[in-house]
Design a protein around this ligand. Structure first.
Ligand code: SF4
Ligand code: FES
Length: 735
């Protein structure tokens, strides 16, 4: 390449560059499966030498001030710029015009694309010159501006004037601000004092030309700082930081499934930039936004950035893997064969190793269901699966289970060959996600499951891993919303052989219930929502250390108890019930659920976090709990009515689930979630789904007993039940 200087303008000629065939085909959107692909290739080969013969490449570079018009137009603070003009001359443009005039559109388009490709290559070839010129001026390149994507078309006239294109190369400009010859390009490179920066290339990530055929977006890199450690993950175009974190196995509890509602996916931007979205504005104060707080599910980075993770540590989530069965005290076992019983909950997963001979639990393992990254409740998981994340969800649950099984094997020293069966109790959605079934029909009327029958398959087939060589059984369900976990729970509570009528209420992420005995069982599920697990509550959180789980009010003064006696950081489900009950008792909330006007705007203060923030219970939180408790109570009342029994005729009320295990039943009566008539009948059973899976493994006649229970069960669909609606409205009030 020859470089000459004419005053302040650097002129470049004699470019030794070649047309890039790949780019030409890309510009024509001509892929190998295109029916005319071969024809285009042939034409390209034929045209090559002719086009080279007609290309007359020249370039101009000028270092000068950023013109005021442009600085003003796009709010630019930098003052200096380099103007770069490249052209392939008049002849090649005239040649393509001729082809179009003759009706040979393919040739015309090919010539245009070849000229464009040559222009791109010229630009690349200029990089070394520009680096050197910038270095001489102790400057770097901050950004590239090109019409019409970065600056308006009329700015081409300003650039044309500035670089003296007419005088230097005879290049004109039309009234539509197009260069003449048309195969000419001009850009402005904005200079910076930072010599290390050299952003001359096209930055497709920031470019508005979404349909540009050459669009190629390399993933940005995100440096993540957490607990003093740092690691880097790539984030692709249109991928949120939350999705990038999940894709790299960084577990994040995304309660709302990335809808920008729950606020649990908080990150702090330390370097780089992230737009403030309307969801951010709703979740963070002005100061927090200034400090860089953003919702990772709404954050789509356009450049490399550095973030700090601010996630609730759920590694110590209190997981109820207890059930009122036999547990080996010593953990030692003389058993020679074992089973593994598993409860896959929407929030947590519990695994127990059971001795076949001793019928005792030898080892327990529990973990958070990492699918929480896709949303806290079943609806968000169904949605995520339907949005194309079915495989990721299946991989996530398989991974959690395999981790647990490996830990059991490692800690107990048993051989994988000694495991004779794995039994899983889970709700219908969890079962579908494990099996890799489509969830399309689970979320829409009439909510038809793909399969809820008992599944018995080789472990490897379901788990995609040969870790164990045994049978895996997934316990049967009754419907989409009354799944295998409830059947397992009923089995654990002896519904199949009980003469007396019992009620089982499972207060997990969904509120399922069953009423009956060995002759008749009615089941249903209520859309209680996640409030009992801290979901949708302003300061709600899972049962982790520091979550408020007990509240006592003395007028407006609150005394709190937290999990692990750690400083308070939020409210778990039990804490939510406690504070609601206490607010009612102290009459800060009236019977309609209205919070005292003193606290109406900012919420009732319960405790302060270690960094001085007020943990409050708001009017919206009271409404959430009203809806949840009314749903449970309405469900119980409807089942009793449909069954034709009174409170007195119910012998035992089993409360299952993590929440049910910890609840102070007095408080549940106080807010009217359960009728006071049940006061002496409550029996908390913990993880009854796990208990049922264990029982199934050790029972001689599990298949028959379970089948009988499923056959006996009839589902009451509460959403279309008139009485349920009446009960629901009635129990929305506090007593
Ligand atoms: S999308 Fe990329 S290649 Fe296309 S014009 Fe924009 S920056 Fe250039
Ligand atoms: S707000 Fe981001 S996951 Fe809920």
């Amino acid at each position: 390449m020859q470089i000459t200087r004419k005053g302040e303008i650097i002129c470049l000629d004699g470019f030794d560059v070649r047309i890039d065939k790949k780019v030409v085909l890309q510009l024509l959107d001509c892929k190998e499966d295109n029916p005319i692909y071969e024809e285009v290739e042939e034409e390209y080969e034929e045209l090559q030498e002719i086009v080279y013969g007609k290309i007359d490449p020249h370039a101009l570079i000028k270092f000068d001030e950023v013109p005021k018009e442009i600085a003003k137009q796009i709010n630019l603070r930098e003052k200096q710029a380099a103007y770069v003009l490249t052209t392939v001359g008049r002849e090649v443009s005239a040649y393509s015009t001729l082809m179009f005039q003759q009706g040979d559109y393919l040739k015309g388009m090919l010539i245009d694309a070849m000229a464009d490709s040559f222009l791109f290559q010229m630009e690349d070839a200029l990089q070394d010159v520009l680096r050197e010129e910038c270095a001489n001026r102790k400057a770097g390149i901050k950004k590239r501006l090109e019409a019409p994507h970065d600056i308006p078309m009329e700015m081409q006239q300003v650039m044309h004037r500035q670089i003296r294109a007419e005088e230097m190369l005879g290049i004109g400009i039309t009234s539509g601000y197009m260069f003449d010859p048309v195969k000419t390009s001009c850009l402005i490179l904005v200079l910076t004092d930072d010599e290390k920066e050299f952003r001359m290339q096209h930055d497709c990530r920031k470019c508005s030309a979404l349909h540009c055929k050459l669009r190629k977006v390399a993933p940005v890199m995100i440096e993540v700082i957490e607990n003093g450690k740092s690691y880097r993950i790539p984030c692709a175009e249109k991928q949120s930081i939350l999705d990038a974190l999940i894709a790299h196995d960084v577990y994040f509890s995304a309660v709302c499934g990335g809808k920008g509602i729950c606020g649990k996916c908080k990150i702090q931007l330390l370097e780089g930039s992230l737009d403030v979205t309307p969801s951010d504005e709703k979740k963070f104060t002005k100061e927090e936004l200034e400090k860089g707080y953003r919702l990772s599910c709404r954050a789509f980075p356009k450049e490399d950035c550095k973030i700090a993770l601010d996630r609730n540590d759920e590694s110590d989530f209190e997981i109820v893997s207890d059930y009122s069965g036999k547990q080996s005290d010593s953990g030692a076992s003389n058993d020679t064969a074992f089973g593994i019983a598993i409860d896959i909950g929407t929030t947590t997963i519990a695994l127990n190793l059971i001795g076949k001979q001793s019928k005792e639990v030898v080892y327990s393992f529990s973990t958070i269901n990492k699918q929480r990254s896709f949303g806290a409740d079943v609806i968000s998981r169904i949605q995520a699966s339907n949005d194309g994340k079915k495989k990721e969800l299946q991989a996530s649950i398989r991974q959690d289970l395999l981790t647990g099984i490996r830990e059991i094997i490692k800690e107990t020293g048993i051989s994988p060959k000694q495991v004779e069966q794995v039994v899983i109790g889970c709700n219908t959605t969890m079962g579908h996600l494990l099996m890799g079934y489509s969830c399309e029909t689970l979320g829409v009327v009439p909510f038809t499951p793909v399969n809820i029958k008992m599944i018995k398959e080789p472990f490897e087939k379901i788990m995609g891993s040969g870790l164990l060589d045994c049978e895996l059984a997934v316990l049967p369900g009754i419907s989409t919303y009354v799944g295998g976990d409830i059947v397992s729970g009923m089995y654990f509570c002896d519904f199949f052989k009980s003469e007396d009528i019992c009620l089982l209420v499972d207060l997990g992420t969904n509120g399922e219930m069953a009423l009956g005995n060995k002759d008749k069982i009615l089941v249903s599920s209520t859309a209680a929502g996640p409030a009992f697990e801290g979901g949708n509550i302003t300061w709600g959180m899972g049962s982790v250390k520091g979550a408020v789980c007990g509240v006592r009010l003395d007028k407006e003064k609150a005394e709190v108890e937290t999990i692990g006696n750690e400083p308070p950081i939020g409210l778990c489900g039990t804490g939510v019930i406690e504070i609601a009950a206490e607010l009612v008792r102290e009459e800060f909330v009236d019977e309609t659920g209205l919070l005292d006007e003193d606290y109406f705007d900012d919420g009732f203060p319960i405790a302060k976090t270690p960094d001085g923030k007020n943990i409050v219970f708001t009017q919206k939180d009271v409404r959430e709990i009203q809806l949840a408790k009314a749903a449970v109570r309405g469900g119980v009342e409807t089942l009793l009515l449909r069954y034709g029994v009174t409170y007195d005729q119910v012998k035992t009320v089993y409360l299952a689930g993590g929440f049910g295990f910890h609840i102070d039943t007095k408080k549940a009566f106080q807010i009217g979630m359960l009728p006071r008539e049940f006061a002496n009948k409550i029996q908390t059973v913990g993880n009854s789904s796990l208990g049922g899976a264990i029982r199934y493994f050790i029972s001689e006649d599990g298949d028959r007993e379970m089948e009988r229970m499923v056959d006996l069960s009839k589902e009451i669909n509460l959403s279309s039940d008139k009485e349920f609606n009446d009960f629901y409205m009635e129990h929305m009030f506090f007593e």
